[in-house]
Design a protein around this ligand. Structure first.
Ligand code: ZN
Length: 226
């Protein structure tokens, strides 16, 4: 297994986070379309790829255990996004979230190349939205200079996560559980973080169509990948 690949994808995730934030600073008004599209993409990937893969690789595990792991993944992200971090709650939890994105890539590449790529796709698909989120949150209270510093911190986070994920050894028997955990996490990000933001600024049908397009895009990618 090529050891550099997870780090390269982690770096791509970092750049994508930064680019999303940069674009959000430039094109403030169109931000909701980015949230809508990427929200659809992460939900599509969770439901059309990660969850079916988890069920397929469950071996002797009961189906209910897989769905329990799915719920646990969702709950884990829910908790992370509500951790009390003082006055910087939203931004700090976004950084923890981005570390977990990287951690997912690092762990998934230990499972297999294919799983690594799938998780990396889901992370890369929504990381621009993570960066845009950071800018959106930061601009509510902070100066443009402080916003840029928060964005850089958020962009470094996936790389830290990949390093952690590569350092931890995982048992191949836990593949299905990890896939279901990731699926739950991505469902949370899509349904609870990205889609609600896409509706805040949406005036027409654009955001809804962008979300459907995101789901359709991932359905296409999944078909091509198998
Ligand atoms: Zn993310």
């Amino acid at each position: 297994m090529s050891g550099w690949l997870p780090y390269a994808l982690g770096l791509a995730a970092s750049l994508s986070t930064w680019l999303g934030g940069f674009l959000a600073m430039r094109f403030c008004r169109r931000r909701h379309l980015l949230f809508a599209l990427t929200g659809g993409m992460v939900i599509g990937l969770a439901l059309l790829d990660l969850l079916p893969e988890a069920l397929e690789h469950r071996g002797g595990l009961h189906q209910e255990v897989i769905f329990l792991a799915l719920a646990a993944g969702l709950a884990l992200y829910l908790i992370v996004h509500r951790l009390p971090f003082g006055g910087h709650a939203g931004r700090a939890s976004l950084i923890v979230h981005s570390i977990m994105d990287g951690l997912g890539i690092g762990l998934a590449f230990q499972i297999s190349h294919e799983t690594g790529w799938l998780v990396a796709t889901a992370v890369l698909a929504h990381d621009m939205a993570d960066g845009a989120n950071m800018v959106g949150l930061s601009r509510l209270t902070a100066s443009p200079a402080a916003t840029r510093r928060w964005l850089i911190a958020n962009a470094i986070a996936p790389m830290i996560g990949v390093s952690l994920g590569q350092a931890v050894a995982i048992d191949p028997h836990q593949i299905a559980l990890l896939l279901a955990l990731f699926a739950g996490g991505f469902l949370y990000i899509g349904a609870s973080e990205l889609l609600p933001r896409s509706r805040l600024a949406a005036t027409g049908r654009g955001a809804g169509l962008a979300s459907l397009l995101g789901i359709g895009l991932m359905a296409g990618v999944v078909q091509l990948a198998h």
